[in-house]
Design a binder for this molecule. Sequence first.
Ligand SMILES: Cc1ncc(COP(=O)(O)O)c(C=O)c1O
Length: 318
Amino acid sequence: MGKIYRDFTELVGSTPLVELARIREKHDLQSRILAKIEYLNPAGSVKDRTAWGIIREAEKNGKLKPGDLLFDLTSGNTGIGFAAVAAARGYRTKFYLRNTISEDKINILRQFGSEIELIENEELFQPDAIHRIIDRIRAENPDAFYTGQRSNDANPRVHFETTGPEIWRDTDGNIDILVGTVGTGGTVSGAGRFLKAQNPEIKVVVAEPTPESVPSPDNPDAPTIEGVHKVTEVEESTLPETYNKDVVDEVVAVTTEQARRTALAVAREEGFLVGTSSGAAVAVAIELSRRAENRGKTIAVVFPDSGERYLSLFDALD
Ligand SMILES: Cc1ncc(COP(=O)(O)O)c(C=O)c1O
């Protein structure tokens, strides 16, 4: 039977879950690692879900009319998701990005016709910077719709309603650990909450960058795991509202170098050219699978985006 999709939004979600069997064999791992390939969303990242979840809810609540301008502060993928969904629904977009973001992401946003404002990286080091920047950009765009990926409940909700159920269904409920990273926290909080509601024994583990993998006034050009934030030993007020730390059982730190190397291993051993945050999640899954208590368990990791989004930032490591 034929199947013609009505529009872009119908292609969001329902991504495949794939076993990383070659990595398991190479490292002689005692657990299965399954990867949810979110770069197969139509604009190339997990953020297509967030964008469609937020826009759909705003439409339902009568907060958007054709031609409206949408804006947000983003590390790129959310912007790309919003730009694509907005194009498909007839809205315009404007994004504020830190000036260290990969050129690849900026160029993609330009292709969608988004307006772009760059924010000096140093500005983000100041105390409470994130809140001041958000206040400022909201004041600059009084008539536009602020999508608010860091505070809008529709973000974790879409993962509770789609990402979590898809993992549960595709594993027939045979999943023990979910490993993800935190940008807004939407993915782990929403999918994690859903999975725990099905089986409270399921653990949620976050891969976070080590302190040297986060830019600071002393180390402003530290190579980062793009799109991902540190969630421990940070001011509570800097954590996104969409991050529900009660869902998280453990946080494991990974260096950018480890994340990059693991992302390349995934490309070279499994054929999936993934972004650095996917590498971070797999590095943590490998670490977990070496623990005696995880023998025979099934670990699902999220691959948020593709390595093609970072080609300008990194030369291939040998
Ligand atoms: C590359 C990448 N990985 C992981 C994440 C984390 O996703 P979430 O915002 O759902 O925590 C993001 C979010 O921006 C991202 O861009």
